[in-house]
Design a protein around this ligand. Structure first.
Ligand SMILES: Cc1ncc(COP(=O)(O)O)c(C=O)c1O
Length: 424
């Protein structure tokens, strides 16, 4: 059977059909495993398992399972699915998105190397870069990646090792032109040895593989927080790195030693419920998001709305170029950022009003879930940013982030409309 001819939507339901990770020819649904350790059968097989661990050469052999923290069947099956969705050679899953991000930075950098990051990004990633990595002499410079000249200059510094950005930034939905960044790095890398080559890492959590597959545009690593739309139901935490086989050894060894592994229980849920329904959920949530963005756009108490599916979206050309489903349809996504007119206090009252009176909209962090969630990033997900950094990336106290779920869209619009009327 030629899996290349099968669509991403169908593959998300059936997976690779037969997996090296588990003989499930007789199971319609893969069995849920719960074994922290595995029978090694003989000293020789056990020793082979340890010496082959994390080596790409062993890819076509049946894996010798040793211990859950090294590899286990449900995570291996989920990894096969994520690699396939992203058209990558290798996917590795972690206990959370932050587990994936921190393991990647620690595995791929050395002291005195530098990270360049786009200025707007998720608050905990910012905190990792700003507060923790400098202790190991790994400093990060934040800049606007759309300022091509400045990016070009900074790439040339020999200490630069990683370029990091979110394909649609959290929370302001900024986009970067991948192909421009990739071509600048390609030129610089011509003169660098392998261990000093600049690596491009893209956090694709907002877009999801159903909206964008950054490896297709030449980046080195994709991050997904599986906690969000891929898991989808708000029951599992998880993260993933998707990349090429070349990085299998350092990443797997780092995951083994740092220990940010996913539980087999979560891997099973994300594999069985999350991956197989993601396309459907994403499409319906996106349809709702488009209708809500349009409602907000025409509301006289709304100061601004950011949503890729609106004509006034600042990165309209990049949206048309990059945000597409595997079937080629435009994918503006499920996230909206907006501001209301009036004061900061009125915005705070509006949020508290929704928290108290809305049935369909919940004041909560996280995103991409079946239920609609609203939050104020400046006080919540992005509160780790210094006041100065919040200002430089325009995350002020009035920015509202809305993650649109699967409810009837009229109920969502009604709750928003009523809360606006009561407070403005
Ligand atoms: C863009 C982005 N990346 C990474 C993360 C971290 O993921 P997790 O909460 O699974 O650690 C988040 C969490 O909100 C996020 O929004």
């Amino acid at each position: 059977m030629d899996l290349k001819k099968i669509s991403a939507r169908t593959k998300a339901l059936h997976g690779p059909f037969q997996s090296q990770a588990w003989d499930f020819r007789h199971h319609l649904i893969p069995p849920m495993t719960a074994s922290t350790t595995f029978r090694l059968e003989s000293l020789e097989r056990g020793a082979r398992g340890f010496s082959n661990f994390a080596s790409p050469q062993s890819a076509n052999e049946e894996p010798i399972l040793i211990y859950d923290r090294l590899d286990e069947p449900n995570s291996l099956m989920l990894e096969e699915q994520l690699a396939s969705l992203h058209k990558g050679e290798l996917a590795l899953v972690f206990g959370s998105g932050m587990g994936a991000i921190s393991t990647l930075f620690l595995a791929m950098t050395q002291k005195n190397q530098k990270i360049l990051s786009h200025r707007t990004l998720y608050g905990c990633t910012y905190s990792l870069l700003k507060n923790w990595l400098p202790r190991l002499n790994i400093e990060t410079e934040f800049l606007d990646f759309n300022d091509e000249l400045s990016l070009q200059m900074k790439i040339k510094k020999t200490s630069t090792r990683i370029l990091y950005f979110e394909s649609i930034s959290n929370p302001l939905l900024e986009m970067i032109d991948f192909e421009k960044v990739v071509s600048l790095v390609k030129i610089e890398n011509q003169n660098r040895s392998d261990e000093n080559k600049i690596l491009i890492v893209v956090d694709n959590t907002f877009a999801t593989p159903w909206g964008l597959r950054p490896l297709e545009f030449g980046v080195d690593f994709v991050i997904e927080s599986l906690t969000k739309n891929i898991s989808g139901f708000g029951t599992e935490m998880g993260g993933a790195i998707i990349t090429t086989k070349k990085y299998e050894t350092p990443l797997k060894v780092a995951r083994k030693d740092f220990g940010a592994i996913m539980t087999s229980h979560s891997a099973w849920h994300i594999l069985v419920y999350g991956i197989s329904t993601q396309a459907l959920r994403f499409e319906k949530q996106q349809e709702n998001a488009q209708a809500i963005a349009q409602f907000l756009y025409t509301h006289d108490q709304v100061e601004s709305v950011i949503y890729p599916g609106l004509e006034n979206y600042q990165f309209h050309n990049l949206y048309k170029k990059y945000l597409k489903t595997p079937e080629g349809k435009l994918a503006p996504g499920t996230m909206i950022a907006f501001k209301l007119k009036g004061t900061e206090a009125q915005t705070a009252n509006f949020i508290n009003d929704l928290a108290k009176n809305s049935y369909a909209i919940t004041l909560a962090v996280s995103l991409g879930l079946t239920k609609t969630l609203i939050e104020l990033p400046g006080f919540m997900t992005h509160s780790a940013l210094s006041e100065e950094d919040k200002k430089s990336c325009a995350i002020d106290s009035k920015v509202i982030r809305l993650s649109v779920g699967l409810e009837n869209v009229h109920d969502l619009i009604k709750d928003l409309d009523e809360a606006i009327s009561r407070n403005f």
